[in-house]
Design a protein around this ligand. Structure first.
Ligand code: AMP
Ligand code: MG
Length: 399
């Protein structure tokens, strides 16, 4: 039997497969980029004036005696102008092209504009030695050169990436489609939530729980329920596999006489990567991958086991994020079996320290208790006594 750590590593050796789709730039935030993005021109595309003021030729400083006749104004959005008299200057605005014949900018704060024989001149109000050649110019291509790679596929698109995409004119962006996820509950004892169960039946809750856990990721999972009949399982699982990228099953993976799920998945060509993990709850967890990369998580049916296995294994696989959160245990726990013990707990802050209060309850079927908790404390398998004040990993399921 593999350890919880090995099981997670095996799951994460595989990557989510889902088709690429083209979507409008406006809707691309939050998606994963599925193409590399290159600069279509230099960044900035011209020598860009970075301060409102005047542009002039640095060489002329010595001869100019701190005054420069103003030849013209260069506004942002105007085609490049040319300075004709080398001892003159041109007024320039932020975002404008640096005029031809100029190489340096001085801010309005450092000059005074004066009337001069029908024209205007700019007079320096700071020492000449304070001016550096090329100052206040955002030089062409200094950030990126045309054809440089700007964004690599695989990154998550945030507003900063949206700005880059807009700048290079991508009105349509190739992104990874959200995976098509099927959530399947199994079990002859389960009835739909709108039915009144008979004495020997219960309402199904797992598929609703898992489907709702995927909504914040932008995934609208499809829910199914299958009874514990091998023919039905085989036929329906084959159809569902064909139409989805990730399958989350619950129930039917333990040692019961009607626990057919692992065997049928293998018969359908899903390669078993492990069955049973040295953990409590969720020991019977099964995981496999189909030839084209579709992942199948067959989780034990007890709702707490289902949820733990989902949070610990399926969610990192689907979201690409693994929690590194740690908590300080606030109550001692004794647990003998050589299994990783995931204990539901409520975390809290006290004097800046992040504690968790374990809630051992009555085992893996004890789902109602999870409503009093915000995560699982992960207690390692190689110890039996867990003392107050020790630090452990926390798998948060509620923020
Ligand atoms: P199994 O893993 O199929 O042996 O199921 C273990 C326990 O979980 C049994 O008591 C089932 O009735 C219960 N269970 C299985 N699936 C669900 C479900 N979808 N909702 C609620 N309880 C379930
Ligand atoms: Mg069952």
């Amino acid at each position: 039997m593999i350890t919880a750590e090995e099981a997670l590593a095996k799951v994460l050796e595989h990557t989510l497969t889902s088709p690429s789709i083209s979507i409008a730039l406006e809707n691309a935030a939050g998606y994963t980029l599925a193409e590399d993005i290159y600069a279509d021109r230099d960044f900035p595309p011209f020598n860009r004036v970075a301060m409102d003021g005047i542009a002039f030729l640095f060489e002329s400083l010595e001869k100019a005696n701190s005054t420069f006749p103003i030849e013209a104004i260069q506004f942002a959005g105007e085609a490049q102008k040319e300075m004709h008299y080398s001892l003159a200057c041109i007024e320039v605005m932020t975002g404008a092209v640096l005029p031809l014949g100029c190489d340096t900018v001085i801010r309005y704060e450092d000059i005074r504009i004066e009337e001069d024989k029908g024209g205007k001149l700019a007079r320096l109000t700071i020492p000449v030695s304070d001016i550096k050649k090329g100052q206040h110019i955002h030089a062409q291509g200094i950030d990126k050169r045309a054809k440089d790679i700007l964004l690599s596929k695989g990154i998550r698109i945030s507003p900063a990436e949206i700005a880059v995409l807009a700048t290079v004119g991508k009105t349509q962006v190739l992104v990874q489609a959200p995976p098509r996820v099927a959530v399947i509950s199994t079990g002859d004892e389960l009835v739909e939530v709108n039915k009144t169960p008979l004495a020997h039946q219960i309402r199904m809750s797992n598929s609703y729980m898992l489907a709702s856990a995927l909504l914040p990721l932008g995934i609208q999972a499809k829910r199914f329920h299958l009874t514990d009949e091998p023919e039905i399982l085989r036929e329906r699982l084959q159809e569902i596999l064909a139409q989805h990228d990730v399958i989350l099953l619950s129930g039917g993976v333990s040692a019961g006489k009607k626990d057919y799920v692992p065997q049928i998945l293998r018969e359908l060509g899903v390669q078993q990567l492990f069955h049973k993990v040295a953990q409590k709850p969720g020991k019977p967890f099964w995981f496999g991958v189909e030839a084209s990369g579709k992942a199948v998580f067959a989780l034990p049916g007890n709702p707490v086991s289902t949820y733990l296995c989902f949070c610990k294994y399926a969610l990192p696989f689907i979201s690409g994020k693994i929690s590194k959160e740690q908590v300080v245990l606030d109550k001692a726990i004794k647990f003998n079996p050589p299994l990783t013990y995931f204990v539901p707990a409520m975390s809290y802050f006290k004097e800046g320290i992040h504690y968790a209060n374990p809630f051992e309850g009555s085992g893996s079927g004890d789902f109602a208790n999870l409503t009093q908790c915000d995560g699982f404390i992960e207690l390692p398998a190689d110890k039996s006594y867990f003392e107050v004040g020790e630090v452990f990993t926390f798998i948060r399921f509620r923020s």
